[in-house]
Design a protein around this ligand. Structure first.
Ligand SMILES: [Zn+2]
Ligand SMILES: [Zn+2]
Length: 449
């Protein structure tokens, strides 16, 4: 028998945790953290769970002995055979830190480089520590088996590198899992290759994301670069851009805009650490880290982690560090990237009149738990910074989703990772044969072709 159970990602954006059982093989497709549910009880990074028991008590995770560290392997419980990660956004990957370490975690090679960087630079919590886990990496073109399930990972375009969709060969027939993907991004060809292969296998089921339903941000990266250049050109003061640095496409656009407008681009130490980790994969085509106009923002005072000292010293040797005070003195020369956690730097910079703040986040806040909008507006009001928005979505647009469903023609379509699955189900009802909107904990048995 082949069956699916949706423990997360059902009726919500993110938190994907999809159990797939085929004969005696049991795996999970993604193992993410659900920010929408978590925010009912917690407020990262201060009010956070301390033990796995906290998450169980509050119903934020299900009592699954075969996967969670707390009870796995007691009695006759056999752990699941593996966890397949589509990519390492928190809403797909963060809860791997809660699994029993005997369970192998499969992920793309680039995804592993990203996790390694985070393991060093991230503020460590009970539910983001991955140090004990056993990882196995793959690339597009690889095929491997987990028990009776044949796994075919295929790259897709998304707002983080190292993102994959999967074709899963089960006894009921092929199952397609999209992870998060889009067709309007700079690497759309990768997603098209995935769709072509999904069509070819004639799947019995497709588990598909449906993030975008209401006013999706519909710029593309070239437009973002051009509009950012225009904003810089008319801004006599400091230009600040807030974005998620895991999105290397956005970083490329911001980098290019700084170049054409002859501004020095300032990034954080954490961002520099991430870029250095990704440098090991030359195919990512990252802007050069040794660019003479790139600067790393360093603090003069305070506590420093070992990795910060090592990296800061290395950058200082190249003469390419800058302090908030240094930016304050020559504001029109800089394009400053700033995350919401770094807003206090504004106190030392004191943005001059004519400075602006550009919000350029690609993800819904549910995916990476970024910032509280009210709080941001207080900071911007205090410093007299008008807010501009420049977005491009990391997720498939509704009309592209229609095309994919028409192409692939799955016997059953499962809509997940969406706050509007009913809307999409109706929108797609003339192109899909059977559409299912799973509820959390609901089981679906797949009948073979
Ligand atoms: Zn997601
Ligand atoms: Zn994602």
């Amino acid at each position: 028998m082949t069956r699916l159970i949706f423990y997360g990602g059902a009726g919500e954006v993110g938190g994907n945790k999809i159990y797939l059982e085929d004969q005696s093989t049991r795996i999970f497709l993604d193992f993410g953290k659900s920010f929408s549910q978590r925010s009912h009880f917690f407020d990262d990074p201060f009010l956070v769970p301390r033990e796995l028991e906290d998450l169980l008590e509050l119903g934020l995770i299900d009592p699954l002995d075969e996967v969670y560290k707390i009870r796995a392997l007691h009695g006759n419980t056999r752990p699941v055979d593996g966890i397949l990660l589509s990519h390492v956004h928190a809403d797909h990957a963060d809860h791997i830190s809660l699994i029993h370490p005997v369970i192998p975690v499969y992920l793309g090679q680039v995804a592993k480089l990203i996790l390694d960087s985070f393991a060093t630079t991230r503020y460590r919590q009970m539910d983001n520590d991955t140090s004990e886990l056993r990882f196995r990496t793959f690339r597009t073109g690889d095929r491997f088996k987990i028990g009776s399930i044949g796994v075919e990972p295929i790259h897709v375009d998304h707002s983080i590198p190292g993102a994959y969709g999967f074709i899963l060969h089960t006894t009921a027939g092929p199952i397609v899992y999209t992870g998060d993907f889009r067709l309007h991004g700079p690497k759309r060809q990768m997603s098209l290759e995935f769709v072509a292969r999904a069509k070819e296998v004639q799947p019995v089921a497709m588990i598909c994301e449906g993030t975008n339903a209401f006013s999706p941000p519909n710029l593309n990266e070239e437009e973002i670069q051009r509009k950012l250049e225009e904003l810089i050109a008319v801004s006599p003061g400091l230009v600040i851009v807030s974005f998620l640095f895991k999105d290397i496409d956005r970083y490329r656009s911001i980098f290019q805009a700084a170049k054409t407008q002859r501004r020095k681009l300032v990034i954080s130490l954490k961002h520099a650490h991430f870029l250095r980790a990704l440098r090991r994969d030359s195919r990512l085509d990252l802007p050069p880290l040794d660019d003479p106009d790139l600067r790393v923002l360093v603090r003069r005072r305070g506590c420093f982690y070992d990795w910060e000292v090592e990296l800061r010293d290395a950058w200082e040797k190249t003469g390419r560090t800058v302090t908030a005070e240094g930016i304050a003195e020559r504001q029109p020369e800089f394009l400053l990237t700033l995350s919401s956690f770094e807003l206090p730097e504004l106190v030392r910079i004191k943005p001059m009149p004519g400075s602006i703040f550009v919000m350029s986040m690609t993800e819904p806040t549910n995916e990476e738990a970024e910032l509280d909008y009210d709080r941001l507006t207080h900071w911007l009001t205090h410093f007299g910074l008008p807010l501009y928005s420049l977005h491009a979505s990391g997720h498939i647009l509704p009309h592209d989703l229609r095309w994919v469903v028409q192409e692939v023609q799955p016997k059953e379509l499962f809509l997940i990772h969406s706050e509007a699955p009913a809307l999409l189900a109706r929108y797609l009802s003339d192109v899909a044969s059977v559409i299912r909107i799973p509820q959390r904990g609901e089981e679906a048995v797949l009948v073979g072709a």
